[in-house]
Design a binder for this molecule. Sequence first.
Ligand SMILES: Nc1ncnc2c1ncn2[C@@H]1O[C@H](COP(=O)(O)OP(=O)(O)OP(=O)(O)O)[C@@H](O)[C@H]1O
Length: 318
Amino acid sequence: MIRTRGLRKTFRTGRRRKSTTVEAVAGLDLTVGEGEIFGFLGPNGAGKTTTLRMLATLLPPDGGEAVVAGADLRTAQAEVRRSIGYVAQGGGTWDDVTAREELVLQARMHGIGRAEAQARAAEALDAFDLTAFADRNCRTYSGGQRRRVDIALGVVHRPKVLFLDEPTSGLDPQSRSHMWDEIRRLRTAGMTVFLTTHYLDEADALCDRIAIIDGGGIVAEGTPTELKRGIAGEVVTLEVADHAAKAAEVLAALDCVRSAEVRDEGDVRLSVDAGETAMPRVMRALADVGVELTTIELHRPTLDDVFLTKTGRSLRES
Ligand SMILES: Nc1ncnc2c1ncn2[C@@H]1O[C@H](COP(=O)(O)OP(=O)(O)OP(=O)(O)O)[C@@H](O)[C@H]1O
């Protein structure tokens, strides 16, 4: 549904001798499948918004190519625009109009007739749980309600692809989780959603696939599970009643265990490929040699570990 090859954007700031250039997006190769929620995860200034704005035809690329919903970004911008919805970071909700008015206007701007625009607005209000205050000025809405209006505005013309720039930024945990449900619902309806985020938990819980971007380039791409497994493996720690050294020796011989060590605290730390399948085998192997297991725990690496491995620094701190 989206494919980019070598997409680039450089900004020039300042004047003449004092001018500096920022390579915001440095040759991006991306593929997003139909019906996916694709997350673009990266620290501030990584190039997420610039990429999104290029794909939404709001910013001309300096180089490279991209196809969005079957249309070439360089030669068929009007066609791209017809197939997409775009919700900017700050949102576009006005203060002095109602959500219903905004939705009707938005639909009309997409060339939809008056009666159909009103029907689409009513449908969107209902779908985003906005009907109860649809005829109040947007200034009276909460942050979460405004964000829902923003997204309803982005989908009222039923695009194939929806671009969302930090859809949950600034929302409280409950509104964020509601928003995740709304976005999942759009996927169920067949839409492809491309969103940016710098929340690790959001990328992990919501996205089918993610690309981690840093300094204008992709440092990792895949499903959250693939990324976490591929880079860091998983860690199982266990405590045994005694014979920790023997336990480590026995477990190190299992083919699902990459390494086993007895730590200073006396527990055994195993590095494994997949914890879920390794744990029952570990338990059986210990029972076979008569070592009594007291506790066993699986530690899954986070996307932050992935970022750390790829860039040498933590996403949280960058
Ligand atoms: N219009 C512009 N002029 C000059 N530099 C720009 C412009 N827009 C973006 N940049 C620079 O390009 C880089 C990428 O910015 P971008 O907004 O794409 O990052 P981002 O990943 O979306 O960050 P955030 O999470 O803070 O929104 C940054 O260094 C930014 O300062």
